[in-house]
Ligand binder design. Structure first.
Ligand code: NDP
Length: 265
Protein backbone atom coordinates (compact mmCIF):
# COMPACT_ATOMS: atom_id res chain seq x y z
CA UNK A 1 0.00 0.00 0.00
CA UNK A 2 1.37 3.45 -0.88
CA UNK A 3 1.65 6.59 1.25
CA UNK A 4 -1.34 8.19 -0.55
CA UNK A 5 -3.53 5.16 0.03
CA UNK A 6 -2.59 5.21 3.72
CA UNK A 7 -3.35 8.94 3.94
CA UNK A 8 -6.81 8.50 2.42
CA UNK A 9 -7.51 5.51 4.70
CA UNK A 10 -6.63 7.64 7.75
CA UNK A 11 -8.90 10.40 6.44
CA UNK A 12 -11.75 7.92 5.85
CA UNK A 13 -11.32 6.44 9.34
CA UNK A 14 -11.75 9.85 10.89
CA UNK A 15 -15.12 10.40 9.18
CA UNK A 16 -17.42 7.97 10.94
CA UNK A 17 -18.07 9.81 14.18
CA UNK A 18 -18.18 13.28 12.68
CA UNK A 19 -20.69 12.18 10.02
CA UNK A 20 -23.12 10.05 11.95
CA UNK A 21 -24.43 13.07 13.90
CA UNK A 22 -24.93 15.49 10.98
CA UNK A 23 -28.54 16.23 9.94
CA UNK A 24 -28.64 15.55 6.19
CA UNK A 25 -32.44 15.52 5.77
CA UNK A 26 -32.36 18.40 3.22
CA UNK A 27 -29.22 17.19 1.47
CA UNK A 28 -28.90 16.16 -2.14
CA UNK A 29 -28.52 12.44 -2.81
CA UNK A 30 -25.46 11.11 -4.63
CA UNK A 31 -24.97 7.58 -5.95
CA UNK A 32 -21.40 6.52 -6.72
CA UNK A 33 -20.84 3.22 -8.54
CA UNK A 34 -17.71 1.39 -7.44
CA UNK A 35 -17.89 3.84 -4.55
CA UNK A 36 -16.28 1.77 -1.79
CA UNK A 37 -12.71 1.44 -3.10
CA UNK A 38 -10.00 3.45 -4.86
CA UNK A 39 -11.12 6.60 -6.68
CA UNK A 40 -14.78 5.79 -5.95
CA UNK A 41 -14.18 5.71 -2.18
CA UNK A 42 -12.46 9.11 -2.41
CA UNK A 43 -15.43 10.45 -4.42
CA UNK A 44 -17.97 9.07 -1.92
CA UNK A 45 -16.15 10.59 1.05
CA UNK A 46 -15.57 13.94 -0.69
CA UNK A 47 -19.30 14.16 -1.51
CA UNK A 48 -20.19 13.24 2.07
CA UNK A 49 -17.88 16.00 3.28
CA UNK A 50 -19.57 18.39 0.81
CA UNK A 51 -22.93 17.65 2.47
CA UNK A 52 -24.51 14.97 0.24
CA UNK A 53 -26.37 11.88 1.38
CA UNK A 54 -24.23 9.23 -0.32
CA UNK A 55 -24.97 5.72 -1.56
CA UNK A 56 -21.87 3.76 -2.53
CA UNK A 57 -22.32 0.78 -4.86
CA UNK A 58 -19.85 -2.09 -5.20
CA UNK A 59 -19.93 -5.55 -6.77
CA UNK A 60 -18.24 -8.28 -4.78
CA UNK A 61 -15.80 -7.19 -2.07
CA UNK A 62 -18.24 -7.18 0.84
CA UNK A 63 -15.55 -7.03 3.55
CA UNK A 64 -14.06 -3.89 1.94
CA UNK A 65 -17.52 -2.32 1.68
CA UNK A 66 -18.40 -3.15 5.30
CA UNK A 67 -15.14 -1.62 6.55
CA UNK A 68 -15.72 1.47 4.38
CA UNK A 69 -19.28 1.84 5.67
CA UNK A 70 -18.17 1.39 9.28
CA UNK A 71 -15.49 4.06 8.90
CA UNK A 72 -17.60 6.63 7.07
CA UNK A 73 -21.28 5.94 7.91
CA UNK A 74 -21.89 5.82 4.14
CA UNK A 75 -24.56 3.31 3.06
CA UNK A 76 -23.29 0.65 0.68
CA UNK A 77 -25.26 -1.36 -1.88
CA UNK A 78 -24.06 -4.45 -3.78
CA UNK A 79 -24.98 -5.03 -7.39
CA UNK A 80 -23.30 -5.61 -10.74
CA UNK A 81 -23.56 -2.45 -12.86
CA UNK A 82 -22.98 -4.43 -16.05
CA UNK A 83 -26.35 -6.13 -15.58
CA UNK A 84 -29.42 -4.03 -16.40
CA UNK A 85 -31.89 -5.93 -14.21
CA UNK A 86 -29.53 -5.67 -11.21
CA UNK A 87 -29.25 -1.90 -11.76
CA UNK A 88 -33.04 -1.54 -11.73
CA UNK A 89 -33.24 -3.37 -8.39
CA UNK A 90 -30.17 -1.61 -6.92
CA UNK A 91 -31.35 1.88 -7.86
CA UNK A 92 -34.79 1.22 -6.40
CA UNK A 93 -33.11 0.17 -3.12
CA UNK A 94 -31.18 3.45 -3.07
CA UNK A 95 -34.38 5.41 -3.79
CA UNK A 96 -36.17 3.64 -0.92
CA UNK A 97 -33.27 4.24 1.43
CA UNK A 98 -32.13 7.79 0.60
CA UNK A 99 -34.70 9.32 -1.78
CA UNK A 100 -34.49 10.65 -5.37
CA UNK A 101 -31.01 10.66 -6.88
CA UNK A 102 -29.63 14.13 -7.71
CA UNK A 103 -26.10 13.10 -8.65
CA UNK A 104 -24.94 9.90 -10.34
CA UNK A 105 -21.22 9.16 -10.62
CA UNK A 106 -20.51 6.25 -12.97
CA UNK A 107 -17.11 5.27 -11.61
CA UNK A 108 -17.10 1.44 -11.52
CA UNK A 109 -14.61 0.04 -13.97
CA UNK A 110 -12.28 -2.86 -14.64
CA UNK A 111 -9.32 -3.67 -16.87
CA UNK A 112 -8.50 -6.95 -18.64
CA UNK A 113 -5.27 -5.89 -20.35
CA UNK A 114 -3.98 -8.03 -23.19
CA UNK A 115 -2.85 -7.39 -26.77
CA UNK A 116 -5.66 -7.72 -29.27
CA UNK A 117 -4.21 -10.78 -30.97
CA UNK A 118 -4.47 -12.64 -27.66
CA UNK A 119 -7.72 -11.06 -26.41
CA UNK A 120 -10.64 -13.42 -25.90
CA UNK A 121 -14.21 -12.41 -26.73
CA UNK A 122 -14.88 -12.75 -22.99
CA UNK A 123 -12.13 -10.21 -22.10
CA UNK A 124 -13.57 -7.81 -24.68
CA UNK A 125 -17.16 -8.29 -23.53
CA UNK A 126 -16.43 -8.04 -19.78
CA UNK A 127 -14.72 -4.66 -20.13
CA UNK A 128 -17.26 -3.20 -22.57
CA UNK A 129 -20.15 -4.28 -20.36
CA UNK A 130 -18.63 -3.16 -17.05
CA UNK A 131 -17.09 0.11 -18.24
CA UNK A 132 -19.51 1.28 -20.97
CA UNK A 133 -22.82 -0.60 -20.91
CA UNK A 134 -22.97 0.18 -17.18
CA UNK A 135 -23.29 3.89 -18.07
CA UNK A 136 -26.34 3.12 -20.20
CA UNK A 137 -27.77 0.85 -17.48
CA UNK A 138 -27.32 3.37 -14.67
CA UNK A 139 -28.24 6.52 -16.59
CA UNK A 140 -31.40 4.95 -17.95
CA UNK A 141 -32.43 4.08 -14.37
CA UNK A 142 -31.96 7.62 -13.01
CA UNK A 143 -32.34 10.11 -15.86
CA UNK A 144 -36.12 9.96 -16.12
CA UNK A 145 -36.48 10.96 -12.45
CA UNK A 146 -33.99 13.77 -12.99
CA UNK A 147 -35.95 15.01 -16.02
CA UNK A 148 -39.20 14.94 -14.05
CA UNK A 149 -37.61 16.93 -11.20
CA UNK A 150 -35.80 19.29 -13.60
CA UNK A 151 -32.47 18.76 -11.87
CA UNK A 152 -29.58 16.37 -12.18
CA UNK A 153 -25.86 15.90 -12.36
CA UNK A 154 -24.22 12.91 -14.07
CA UNK A 155 -20.45 12.44 -14.04
CA UNK A 156 -18.89 9.55 -15.95
CA UNK A 157 -15.34 8.42 -15.17
CA UNK A 158 -13.39 7.71 -18.36
CA UNK A 159 -9.60 7.53 -18.65
CA UNK A 160 -6.58 9.21 -20.18
CA UNK A 161 -6.26 6.07 -22.31
CA UNK A 162 -9.56 6.85 -24.05
CA UNK A 163 -7.83 9.95 -25.42
CA UNK A 164 -4.30 8.66 -26.02
CA UNK A 165 -4.83 4.94 -26.71
CA UNK A 166 -2.77 2.32 -24.90
CA UNK A 167 -1.23 -0.92 -26.14
CA UNK A 168 -2.90 -3.85 -24.42
CA UNK A 169 -6.11 -1.89 -23.83
CA UNK A 170 -8.19 -1.98 -27.03
CA UNK A 171 -11.15 -3.14 -24.93
CA UNK A 172 -10.66 -0.55 -22.16
CA UNK A 173 -9.84 2.37 -24.51
CA UNK A 174 -12.89 1.57 -26.66
CA UNK A 175 -15.18 1.46 -23.61
CA UNK A 176 -13.75 4.62 -22.10
CA UNK A 177 -13.85 6.51 -25.43
CA UNK A 178 -17.44 5.32 -25.88
CA UNK A 179 -18.29 7.01 -22.59
CA UNK A 180 -17.23 10.37 -24.07
CA UNK A 181 -19.60 10.13 -27.06
CA UNK A 182 -22.35 8.81 -24.80
CA UNK A 183 -21.85 11.74 -22.44
CA UNK A 184 -21.94 14.40 -25.17
CA UNK A 185 -25.17 12.97 -26.57
CA UNK A 186 -26.90 12.65 -23.21
CA UNK A 187 -25.75 16.17 -22.33
CA UNK A 188 -27.51 17.51 -25.44
CA UNK A 189 -30.66 15.55 -24.59
CA UNK A 190 -30.67 16.78 -20.99
CA UNK A 191 -29.52 20.42 -20.95
CA UNK A 192 -33.02 21.90 -21.21
CA UNK A 193 -34.02 19.97 -18.06
CA UNK A 194 -31.23 21.47 -15.93
CA UNK A 195 -29.25 18.24 -16.03
CA UNK A 196 -25.53 18.39 -16.75
CA UNK A 197 -23.58 15.35 -17.98
CA UNK A 198 -19.78 15.41 -17.98
CA UNK A 199 -16.74 13.16 -18.14
CA UNK A 200 -13.67 13.12 -15.95
CA UNK A 201 -10.70 11.42 -17.60
CA UNK A 202 -8.13 10.63 -14.89
CA UNK A 203 -4.54 9.87 -15.66
CA UNK A 204 -2.68 7.25 -13.62
CA UNK A 205 -4.05 7.40 -10.08
CA UNK A 206 -2.75 5.73 -6.96
CA UNK A 207 -5.23 2.84 -6.47
CA UNK A 208 -5.30 -0.96 -6.54
CA UNK A 209 -5.92 -0.84 -10.31
CA UNK A 210 -2.54 0.85 -10.78
CA UNK A 211 -0.74 -1.24 -8.14
CA UNK A 212 -1.33 -4.15 -10.54
CA UNK A 213 0.95 -2.50 -13.14
CA UNK A 214 4.45 -4.10 -13.10
CA UNK A 215 7.15 -1.92 -11.44
CA UNK A 216 9.27 -1.53 -14.59
CA UNK A 217 6.22 -0.41 -16.59
CA UNK A 218 5.27 2.06 -13.84
CA UNK A 219 8.79 3.51 -13.85
CA UNK A 220 8.39 4.33 -17.54
CA UNK A 221 4.90 5.75 -17.01
CA UNK A 222 6.15 8.07 -14.25
CA UNK A 223 8.84 9.46 -16.60
CA UNK A 224 6.04 10.54 -18.95
CA UNK A 225 4.01 12.48 -16.35
CA UNK A 226 5.16 16.13 -16.40
CA UNK A 227 4.23 16.73 -12.74
CA UNK A 228 6.34 13.68 -11.89
CA UNK A 229 3.82 11.71 -9.85
CA UNK A 230 0.52 9.84 -9.91
CA UNK A 231 -2.79 11.57 -9.15
CA UNK A 232 -4.16 10.98 -5.68
CA UNK A 233 -7.75 9.66 -5.63
CA UNK A 234 -8.84 12.77 -3.73
CA UNK A 235 -7.58 15.02 -6.56
CA UNK A 236 -10.01 13.25 -8.90
CA UNK A 237 -12.75 13.46 -6.25
CA UNK A 238 -12.35 17.24 -5.95
CA UNK A 239 -13.17 17.57 -9.66
CA UNK A 240 -16.35 15.55 -9.14
CA UNK A 241 -17.40 17.85 -6.29
CA UNK A 242 -16.81 20.88 -8.53
CA UNK A 243 -18.71 19.51 -11.55
CA UNK A 244 -21.60 18.59 -9.27
CA UNK A 245 -21.75 22.06 -7.73
CA UNK A 246 -23.96 24.97 -8.74
CA UNK A 247 -20.83 26.84 -9.82
CA UNK A 248 -20.51 24.30 -12.68
CA UNK A 249 -24.14 24.51 -13.84
CA UNK A 250 -23.22 25.79 -17.29
CA UNK A 251 -20.58 23.10 -17.90
CA UNK A 252 -22.02 20.14 -19.78
CA UNK A 253 -20.88 17.58 -22.36
CA UNK A 254 -17.26 18.24 -21.57
CA UNK A 255 -14.30 16.03 -20.67
CA UNK A 256 -12.13 17.20 -17.79
CA UNK A 257 -8.63 15.72 -17.94
CA UNK A 258 -6.90 15.12 -14.60
CA UNK A 259 -3.53 13.74 -15.60
CA UNK A 260 -0.60 15.92 -14.48
CA UNK A 261 -0.06 17.07 -18.08
CA UNK A 262 0.58 13.54 -19.41
CA UNK A 263 -1.88 13.96 -22.29
CA UNK A 264 -3.11 17.33 -23.53
CA UNK A 265 -6.33 17.28 -25.56
P1 NDP B 1 -10.52 -0.03 -8.24
O1 NDP B 1 -10.26 -1.34 -8.89
O2 NDP B 1 -9.65 0.41 -7.12
O3 NDP B 1 -12.05 0.00 -7.73
C1 NDP B 1 -13.07 -0.32 -8.63
C2 NDP B 1 -14.40 -0.28 -7.92
O4 NDP B 1 -15.40 -0.60 -8.91
C3 NDP B 1 -14.56 -1.28 -6.80
O5 NDP B 1 -15.35 -0.72 -5.78
C4 NDP B 1 -15.33 -2.44 -7.46
O6 NDP B 1 -16.16 -3.18 -6.55
C5 NDP B 1 -16.22 -1.64 -8.42
N1 NDP B 1 -16.69 -2.47 -9.51
C6 NDP B 1 -15.98 -3.12 -10.46
N2 NDP B 1 -16.79 -3.78 -11.28
C7 NDP B 1 -18.06 -3.56 -10.85
C8 NDP B 1 -19.33 -3.97 -11.26
N3 NDP B 1 -19.50 -4.76 -12.34
N4 NDP B 1 -20.42 -3.55 -10.57
C9 NDP B 1 -20.28 -2.75 -9.49
N5 NDP B 1 -19.10 -2.30 -9.05
C10 NDP B 1 -18.00 -2.72 -9.71
O7 NDP B 1 -10.52 1.03 -9.43
P2 NDP B 1 -10.00 2.54 -9.47
O8 NDP B 1 -10.45 3.26 -8.26
O9 NDP B 1 -8.57 2.56 -9.82
O10 NDP B 1 -10.79 3.08 -10.76
C11 NDP B 1 -12.06 3.72 -10.66
C12 NDP B 1 -12.45 4.23 -12.03
O11 NDP B 1 -11.47 5.14 -12.51
C13 NDP B 1 -12.56 3.11 -13.08
O12 NDP B 1 -13.63 3.37 -13.95
C14 NDP B 1 -11.25 3.21 -13.82
O13 NDP B 1 -11.35 2.72 -15.13
C15 NDP B 1 -11.02 4.72 -13.79
N6 NDP B 1 -9.64 5.11 -13.97
C16 NDP B 1 -8.69 4.70 -13.06
C17 NDP B 1 -7.39 5.09 -13.24
C18 NDP B 1 -6.31 4.69 -12.29
O14 NDP B 1 -5.14 4.99 -12.58
N7 NDP B 1 -6.61 4.09 -11.15
C19 NDP B 1 -6.96 5.95 -14.37
C20 NDP B 1 -8.05 6.31 -15.24
C21 NDP B 1 -9.33 5.90 -15.03
P3 NDP B 1 -15.65 -4.64 -6.03
O15 NDP B 1 -14.24 -4.40 -5.54
O16 NDP B 1 -16.61 -5.02 -4.97
O17 NDP B 1 -15.69 -5.52 -7.24
Amino acid sequence: MTKNNLASEAFISSLSEQNSNIDRSDSKVALVTGGTAGIGAAISTALLKAGYKVAANYRSHTAVAEEFSKNTSIKTFAWDVSDYASCVVGVSQVLDSLGPIDLLVNNAGITRDVMLHNMSPEQWREVIETDLTSCFNMCSCVVKGMRDRRYGRIINISSINALSGQAGQTNYAAAKAGIIGFTKSLALESASRNITVNVIAPGYTDTAMVSAVPANVMENILKKIPVGRLNTPSEVASCVVFLASDDARVITGTTMSVNGGMHLN
